[in-house]
Design a protein around this ligand. Structure first.
Ligand code: UT7
Length: 335
């Protein structure tokens, strides 16, 4: 690592490695037709999703985060002892506390690393990225593991056809390290509007509605969503946030080589790209095979884009997401 001596300067921060992991079991639209009143045709037309991965009983979120993290570390050439910190974006940690970050730290044997979770639903990876970037930029850390991992299947009401066709399980990870003039995060923006919190929520399990027989019976520990309203907010927010982040970096949508969005719904992704004037071949999607994995979707997409040869050194990459909170964020990266 190229450590500068002037610690009053702000350091650029780059992606040094990415990784991802999904559980093996595949749940197809045909399988869902047997569970709720829906059809493959409706799901594909309305969401673009053809299948998704659902974790088997006994697997916990950190079990998926671990291989994703190890792949990212291997690609970056860092060992557990090199990690200064672990930041996990998740709304479905193994347990409420200790944090999944701490569990992952133990599983990795990353004894030197601080560890914590960030709760920003589907924007969680970008929120976590922002914290890691700030720490590295201000010389408080050199190597930070950022993970987005979810087992949404554990908070899915399998009798609610408006949500169970969307939600799925997966994990993505990235290693962040000091960058240079040519490679790194050029801008990163975040936003939130708590007035719209009830549009996507897990009503019970917190201090407002502690677990009781009634909350369990009424599926209040599952995700409730007003899909149509979230849809409209998603398109507007992701496009606006992308323009904002690109502007801060000194670019416009025409300069983007690859757009990687939160994989919420193919129609949302396509509408966002259209609003931005970015052509479909510059947009990476994998929602067709993984569904909506919340905080995991951007890092999984980023890792798959890298493995598919869609990311080249020097490319201008725009990352953008939105989700529960409501929250949103965007990052512009010179890869
Ligand atoms: O990750 C970030 C947060 N989440 C999202 O970004 C999700 C955003 N929202 C969406 O993706 C879409 O709103 C959905 C996929 C959830 C729903 O699609 P939509 O085109 O907005 O449908 P809708 O809610 O307007 O419902 C249209 C119809 C309704 O029937 P009626 O009232 O017109 O008779 C629904 O009951 O489709 C019905 N419907 C279904 N039909 C078959 C809803 N879900 C299903 C289903 N299968 N699974």
């Amino acid at each position: 690592m190229n450590v500068q001596s002037d610690k009053s300067s702000v350091r650029p921060v780059r992606f040094a490695g990415t990784g991802s992991a999904v559980p093996d079991p595949v749940l197809t639209n045909a399988d869902l037709e047997k569970i709720v009143d829906t059809s493959d045709e409706w799901i594909v037309t309305r969401t673009g999703i053809r299948e998704r991965r659902i974790a088997p009983e006994g697997l916990v979120t950190s079990d998926l985060a671990l291989p994703a993290a190890k792949t990212a570390m291997e690609e970056a050439g860092v060992g557990a002892e090199d990690l200064d910190g672990i930041i996990c974006a998740t709304v479905t940690p193994d347990q409420v506390f200790p944090s999944m970050g701490c569990t992952l730290q133990s599983k990795l044997g990353a004894k030197r690393a601080f560890a914590f979770d960030v709760s920003a639903a589907c924007s969680g990876f970008l929120y976590s990225l922002s914290v890691a970037q700030g720490m590295i930029a201000s010389w408080r850390a050199n190597t930070v593991l950022v993970v987005g991992a979810e087992l949404l299947s554990r908070v899915t009401n399998w009798s609610d056809r408006t949500t169970c066709i969307l939600l799925a399980d997966g994990a993505g990870a990235a290693i962040l390290q000091p960058g240079d003039e040519e490679h790194g995060i050029l801008s990163l923006t975040l936003g939130a509007d708590g007035n719209f919190g009830s549009l996507i929520e897990q009503p019970a399990g917190g201090s407002k509605l502690p677990a009781s027989e009634e909350t369990v019976r009424n599926h209040l520990h599952c995700i409730h969503m007003r899909g149509n309203e979230v849809f409209k907010m998603g398109v507007r927010t992701m496009a606006d946030e992308c323009v904002k982040a690109l502007g801060l970096a000194g670019y416009g949508a025409q300069d983007v080589d690859l757009l990687v969005t939160h994989q919420a719904n193919l129609r949302i992704i396509e509408a966002t790209a259209k609003r931005l004037g970015i052509s479909p071949e510059k947009v990476f999607t994998n929602i067709q095979k993984y569904g909506n994995t919340s905080a995991a979707s951007i890092p999984i997409a980023l890792d798959e884009a890298r493995k598919a040869g869609r990311l080249h050194s020097g490319d201008l990459v725009a990352l953008v997401g939105f989700g529960g909170g409501l929250t949103w964020g965007a990052a512009v990266v010179r890869w």
